[in-house]
Design a protein around this ligand. Structure first.
Ligand SMILES: [Zn+2]
Length: 127
C-alpha cells in the first residue's frame, strides 16, 4: 500500500509499505479522509521525528471505513464509518512519530476499543 512519509528535510514522498494485518483484537481502517495539520508541515520542515527521521509516516486527522476486524473484536463491524483517535495507538501516536500514519491506504488499530481508539460516526456524513 502507499503511505506518505517525511523522507528528508522539506520532502514528503509516497512510499510502498506492507499493508497491516489484523491481530485478534485489532481493527483495520481503510482511510477515506485525512486533514493536513500544521504539525505535518513542521515535521516536514525538520525532516521527520526521531527516531524515524527520514521515514516518518504522516497523517493523524483521519476517518475511514472498517475494512477488517480481529476475531475478538465485538464493538464494531466491517463497513462501519469511524474517526480515529491517533493518541490511543499502542505502536506510537499515529502520524506523530508512531510506526503508522493515516496518510496511508490503511491503518491498523492494535487492541482497538470503540470510544478509545476510534469512534463510530453516522454513515451519512460525507467524506
Ligand atoms: Zn494535528
Amino acid at each position: 500500500m502507499k503511505q506518505v512519509q517525511v523522507t528528508a528535510v522539506g520532502e514528503n514522498s509516497f512510499v510502498d509499505v506492507d499493508q497491516p494485518q489484523v491481530g485478534r483484537q485489532d481493527v483495520l481502517i481503510k482511510i477515506k479522509a485525512n486533514g493536513i495539520c500544521g504539525s505535518d508541515t513542521f515535521y516536514t520542515s525538520i525532516g521527520g521525528i526521531p527516531p524515524r527521521q527520514g521515514h516518518t509516516p504522516l497523517g493523524h486527522e483521519a476517518a475511514g471505513i472498517v475494512a477488517d476486524i480481529g476475531s475478538d473484536v465485538d464493538d464494531v463491524s466491517i463497513g462501519d464509518h469511524v474517526v480515529i483517535n491517533p493518541m490511543a495507538a499502542e505502536d506510537g501516536i499515529i502520524g506523530n512519530g508512531g510506526v503508522q500514519g493515516a496518510l496511508s491506504d490503511y491503518v491498523n488499530l492494535i487492541n482497538a476499543k470503540a470510544n478509545r481508539n476510534f469512534r463510530i460516526i453516522p454513515k451519512n456524513i460525507p467524506w
